[in-house]
Ligand binder design. Structure first.
Ligand SMILES: *Cc1c(COP(=O)(O)O)cnc(C)c1O
Length: 410
């Protein structure tokens, strides 16, 4: 009897999966993986063909920097490839402490705590900091990891329209009844490439006695002349209560972090479940991040190169392919960030443009729901310091429907 029940459950599940996949395919939302067989950061090889990569978060090319690779190899030799345990059991290596110190110093905070990924940093920190007596107040376009963390925390989730500071103020006015109020925002919004209005958020937080947290995933190594992030960009160093970031984007490796006061980090060490119940980052990954942060600090020309590339591409994108609303929303902010969305709107047209670029040797992913709202499908271009002038002009000429320039192989 038990066995038949199992079988029928299994059949029902298979039917459910087939239905769901069928629906995804029918609506054009089915996703599949492209396999890259070779890369130097700037180019990728897929099915024996070469493409210029315009969708990676490796903004400074540090994932492929010889010094970073060497540091990573050295650490693997010294410590082995795995940390062997969670940090609190016996996986806490001196290289973890060294990297945390480096991050704290980079972000101008007392100390920092590492998580295996940025997703887990948000999950661990937010669920440890707020509960059902509290409220979290977030921008509608915040990253999925923030949304998931907020839901898991059981705090009252309140969402304001993108960058709408008047709406944030209204929510704060109504939120005195909660024990704690935590405002969380992306620094650079990951699908739109614009930046949070930090001065206004910090001002409102002070007025209504709320805590502030910024997610610097795309801003670390990118915003501010020294790449320190959104606070540096606005000249507001140290003004945010909780700084979260990742080492997986401009820093080029892997790992999430929270930087803050010694008390906050001590608390998270004891309470953040995605820190406690998971294996520590591999030593080679930590060594790569230490080397990469060193390069960001010592070679500011890398950030300048990124910025020049952004400034070079932005005016070359024909305005006709932005929708009107998308364009005005981004006015004046695009020059700062390497994320340049081309909002096409329609799903099929977006995928056609992505395919057209792909056939001409450019990898630029089409972004669809549920990552972005329906009718806001887009090509999300990301610029890197590795791109050459020719790469950028090749992309621009394709977008302007001119004959593509020759693509340089790896
Ligand atoms: C990528 C990203 C994360 C997750 O970071 P990972 O290190 O890739 O897990 C979190 N927040 C934002 C805004 C991101 O863009």
């Amino acid at each position: 009897m038990a066995r038949r029940q199992y079988n029928s459950y299994n059949d029902a599940m298979l039917e459910f999966i087939a239905d769901e996949l069928g629906q995804l395919k029918q609506s054009g939302l089915y996703r599949s993986l492209k396999t890259i067989t070779k890369t130097d950061g700037r180019m990728v090889e897929i099915n024996d063909k070469q493409y210029i990569n315009f969708c990676s978060n490796n903004y400074l090319g540090l994932a492929n920097h010889p010094k970073v690779i060497e540091a990573s190899q050295q650490a693997a030799k010294e410590y082995g490839v795995g940390a062997g345990a969670s940090r609190l059991i016996c996986g806490n290596l001196s290289i973890h402490k060294e990297l945390e110190k480096k991050i704290a110093n980079f972000k101008g905070r007392e100390t920092a705590i590492l998580f295996p990924t940025g997703y887990m940093a948000n999950l661990g920190a937010i669920t440890a900091l707020v509960d059902e007596n509290d409220t979290v107040i977030i921008d509608r376009l915040n990253h999925a990891s923030i949304i998931d963390a907020c839901k898991l925390s059981k705090a009252k989730l309140q969402v304001y329209p993108h960058k709408d500071m008047a709406a944030l103020e209204k929510i704060l006015q109504r939120s005195a009844k909660y024990k704690k109020r935590l405002i969380i925002t992306d620094s650079i919004f990951s699908m739109d490439g614009d930046i949070a209005s930090l001065p206004e958020i910090v001002r409102l937080a002070k007025e209504f006695q709320a805590l502030t947290m910024i997610d610097e995933a795309h801003a670390t190594g990118v915003l501010g002349t020294r790449g320190k992030g959104l606070e540096e960009h606005y000249g507001m160093e140290g003004k945010v209560d909780i700084v979260m970031g990742t080492l997986s984007k401009a820093v080029g490796s892997l790992g999430g972090f929270i930087a803050g006061s010694a008390e906050l980090i001590d608390y998270l060490t004891n309470k953040a479940r995605s820190f406690i119940y998971t294996t520590a980052l591999p030593p080679s990954v930590c060594a790569a991040s230490i080397a990469a942060l060193g390069i960001i600090e010592n070679e500011p020309e890398l950030i300048k190169k990124l910025r020049n590339n952004i400034a070079h591409l932005t005016p070359l994108i024909p305005l006709s392919i932005f929708d009107g609303e998308g364009e005005t929303r981004r006015e004046g902010v695009r020059i700062f960030t390497p994320i340049i969305p081309i909002i096409v709107g329609d799903l099929q047209k977006t995928m056609e443009l992505s395919d057209k670029l792909f056939n001409a040797g450019i990898l630029a992913a089409g972004i669809r729901p549920p990552t972005v709202p329906e009718n806001e499908c887009r090509i999300r271009l990301t610029v890197s310091a590795l791109h050459t002038k020719e790469d950028i002009e090749c992309l621009a000429s394709l977008l302007q429907e001119r004959t593509p320039a020759a693509v340089k192989p790896i």
